[in-house]
Design a protein around this ligand. Structure first.
Ligand code: AMP
Ligand code: GLY
Length: 424
């Protein structure tokens, strides 16, 4: 079959790599793709938000199956456009992608269906939010309701910071219309775990757990980023935690969406906080995580196309997911200065080394070929250097060794990805 993947980051590279392993697949297109994806997919110069053009391309090239990797097109309704054209597509419709698209919606859903999450209030009026904050307990968390490139969450230590946050989100509209509504949430402490799952509307199958590192600097310092590295599995996601989540969170979310007439098909990414009171939902995403995917999919033994087709067809109950009994670590190589200002267009060397070693992967996030045909940096996050190992410690040592193979002038990385596993 012919597959089209929509997206252009490290996550889409990992998805494309996984799809390419399926014996069912003869041709992969990726729109818009990147230099790494181009190795086994034909990259098509159509933007992820150009739904009509993408659907026309899929029809013209007789694409059998489209996979949407990114949140923006899903929340914008790309799946509805494809379905209206009679195309097979993997991902939630617009009315279900709201699970990620509106934090207010997801919080209200959790409250209504008793799914454990932090206490919260929702505001559409800045003055009401300010009045509420006067008596609220600090620290406190402010969240812009809509999509904000993962940046619409402010953790405020003091009342002054919280007031400044309300100004940024609701009055200055730092995150655009995403801040028309704002969620004010209780601050939680604990370990964070990411659990990704396949959902067919009724049945849910969870993948191996992972943990992301969102801050730019070692020791979780510095600014929030899209993610600086991941490991899988999380040693903190024990059998007991898993059993609790299965009883109170995973199926409950799928059932709640169905009950609301918003049947969810695709990926639900559960961002969990393991608090002293038990696991609670931090956030939902309606797509694979980036860079969680880079450590989860290399460990998956099941054919990804078989699972995704089962999601679309509503037959996921007939599939059991299988993962390798090992571990994987991904260290993001970024451009120094990310997430603020950084230089692009710098030549990258050393990637041939990955072809010589089994269990090592270099997923491209921000790369391209320049006019001379050289591979150059083209973004803040450049590459996701991933390695497997028998256990987390071995995987971490392998991943860091592989980071040394790669060079570009302003290469920057965290040196403590997976360090938490030493405390497990
Ligand atoms: P989100 O986009 O909702 O995942 O938030 C981004 C990050 O902010 C999370 O990964 C957490 O590290 C942090 N965060 C979000 N909500 C809370 C909360 N209620 N308490 C503590 N930290 C939070
Ligand atoms: N790694 C977090 C995310 O994809 O949202």
């Amino acid at each position: 079959m012919k597959v089209l993947i929509v997206g252009s980051g490290g996550r889409e590279h990992a998805i494309a790599w996984s799809v390419a392993k399926s014996p069912k697949v003869e041709k992969i297109y990726c729109a818009p793709g990147n230099a790494g994806i181009a190795e086994f997919a034909e990259c098509v110069n159509i933007g992820a938000m150009e739904f009509e053009k993408l659907a026309a391309f899929a029809k013209e090239h007789e694409v059998d199956f489209t996979i949407v990797g990114m949140d923006d097109p899903l929340v914008g309704g790309i799946v509805d456009v494809f379905e209206a054209e009679g195309l097979r597509v993997f991902g939630p419709r617009k009315n279900a992608a709201i699970l990620e698209g509106s934090k207010g919606f997801s919080k209200d859903l959790m409250k209504k269906y008793h799914i454990p999450t932090a206490d919260y209030e929702t505001f559409t009026d800045a003055d009401a939010a300010l009045a509420y904050l006067e008596t609220a307990k600090m620290p406190i968390v402010l969240k812009a309701d809509g999509l904000a490139l993962g940046k619409g969450v402010l953790i405020c230590q003091t009342l002054e910071e919280a007031k400044e946050g309300v100004k940024e989100i609701m009055q200055d509209k730092k995150f655009g219309t995403a801040g028309n509504t704002m969620v004010v949430e209780e601050f939680m402490t604990g370990r964070e775990v990411s659990v990704l799952s396949f959902v067919d509307g009724k049945t849910i199958r969870t993948m191996a757990s992972a943990q992301d590192h969102k801050r730019a600097g070692d020791g979780d310092t510095g600014l929030n980023t899209g993610g600086m590295g991941t490991f899988s599995p999380s040693p903190f996601y024990t059998k007991e935690v898993e059993a609790f989540c299965q009883a109170h969170i995973f199926q409950a979310t799928v059932d709640a969406m169905r009950e609301e007439g918003r049947e969810f098909k695709g990926i639900i990414f559960f961002g969990l906080m393991l608090t002293e009171e038990g696991p609670k939902v931090l956030e939902y995403n309606a797509r694979f995580g980036d860079p969680e995917t880079q450590v989860v999919l290399p460990r998956m033994k099941t054919d990804i196309i078989e699972v995704m087709e089962a999601c679309v067809d509503g037959t996921l109950d007939q599939i059991q997911l299988e993962f390798e009994e090992n571990a994987a670590v991904c260290v993001v190589l970024a451009s120094d200065g990310y997430p603020l200002a950084y230089e692009k267009g710098l030549p990258i060397t050393g990637l041939d080394e990955f072809k010589k070693h089994e269990g090592y992967y270099c997923f491209h996030a921000g790369t391209k070929f320049n006019e001379k045909g050289e591979l150059v940096t083209n973004g803040g996050r450049v590459l996701g250097v991933t390695a497997k190992g028998a256990d987390l410690k071995e995987a971490r040592a392998n991943a860091y060794r592989a980071t040394e193979w790669v060079n570009f002038a302003n290469k920057y990385m965290r040196h403590d990805i997976g360090k938490a596993i030493d405390e497990a």
